[in-house]
Design a binder for this molecule. Sequence first.
Ligand code: 13P
Length: 286
Amino acid sequence: MALVSSLELINKAREQKKAIAAFNIHNLETIQAVVEGAYELNSPVIIQTTPGTLKHAGIESVAAIVKALAGMYDIPIALHMDHCPSFDTIVRCIKNGYTSVMIDGAVLDYDENVKLVKSVVKMAHAVGVQVEGEIGRIGGVEDDMFVNDTDAAFTVPAEAKKFVDDTGIDTLAVAIGTAHGMYKGEPKLDFDRIKEIDSLINIPLVLHGASGVPDESVRKSIALGMAKVNIATELKNPMAVVIREVLSNPDENDPRNYMGAAKKAVKEVVMNKIRLCGTVDFADEF
Ligand code: 13P
């Protein structure tokens, strides 16, 4: 299948109080783990890259691998650019076949942020690509981006509505108590805030920082309107553990062995998250 529209997946999931799992990938094996895991469960899936991953792996290579795998497996797969601050990088993503993008103007003041997001929306919509925006500030670490507790800011529902109206984005990432990276204690999600934001705006909400959030809280967030769930760290951790374990044998030097073992571990997490998002066999609906 050719790559599909992220929004079509997310909208249909939202109607049925499900969410599309969106996995941050880093290399060939993590892409394979996501696609194979989704295929085994007959689920749609979103594959996403950060600017750091594109720097590491190259936009053309990543897009070519994802497109090749999408052609081999009969499930709906979307390719999304995550937390991108640059208009130009987004243009390159779109030229390489990405089906949605997140423009992240969080460091800008409100008016500048709106200006940037609107320009991306105008350009992306002209070629049928959807745009995710963020209002409020999600804390934690992703790529080179570090937002400490003082700078992290919960999304204010009225501001979320204004931001959506002002920009014309298709999906909205909100700060409701999750953070990128793993948590020291149990994260406390503000469910009332999700509910209020969802009642004010009519586009799907995106849960960032889902790694380490208890399953019950993820389920509740989905029931309240989160229709895309982003997972990064929970794929990275088991991969590192497994590679360390395999390489503890000083004679082991075969990437097919340690990367193969890592791929298996990542696939297991992918499948658990897809089950959590409620999209087993949901591929049949597309
Ligand atoms: P985690 O690393 O906490 O899973 O966050 C992923 C994310 O939100 C990507 O944008």
